[in-house]
Design a protein around this ligand. Structure first.
Ligand SMILES: *[C@@H]1O[C@H](CO)[C@@H](O)[C@H](O)[C@H]1NC(C)=O
Length: 137
């Protein structure tokens, strides 16, 4: 009797902890011709909590040798984009994993937002990956 209750309680605990794990694949591609594959974006905490430190980790593997110049991070709210250009300037060989860590304070005003990461090649400024996700607070 006691042990079956314990079993049920531990099953609940496992299910509850599983629900708190941030999904590994937030967002979708906005690139026509990406040069980065197996893209995963992890956002913590998820769902986003208003006015809180939020970490975004974007990873993917390079399809060919590239020097990544920068990542433009854009945030759209009520049709207005606010952009932040972050310098990378690093060479990635084909197959190498690119990891981009971005920490932000989530917005305070309620509404719908889109967050977009555009990875730019160094010499040409070509867009080699565009990845975006939306959230509401
Ligand atoms: C890509 O980079 C690697 C490591 O630097 C190099 O050995 C290889 O020759 C490069 N390949 C091309 C096609 O440039």
């Amino acid at each position: 009797m006691k042990s079956s209750l314990l079993l049920i309680l531990s099953l609940f605990a496992i299910l509850a902890s599983g629900l708190n794990v941030a999904p590994l694949a937030i967002g979708s591609s906005c690139s026509l011709f990406p040069d980065i594959s197996n893209v995963q974006l992890q956002v913590n905490p998820w769902p986003i909590i208003p006015a809180s430190p939020t970490s975004c980790i974007l990873t993917g593997s390079l399809d060919k040798n590239e020097t990544i110049g920068s990542v433009q991070v854009g945030q759209e709210y009520k049709s207005t984009w606010t952009n932040n250009l972050i310098t990378v300037n690093a060479f990635y060989a084909k197959g190498q994993t690119f990891t981009f860590n971005y920490n932000m304070n989530s917005p305070t005003q309620s509404g719908s937002y889109t967050e977009k990461f555009t990875v730019l090649q160094s010499s040409t400024s070509n867009n080699i990956l565009c990845w975006q996700f939306s959230f509401s607070i």
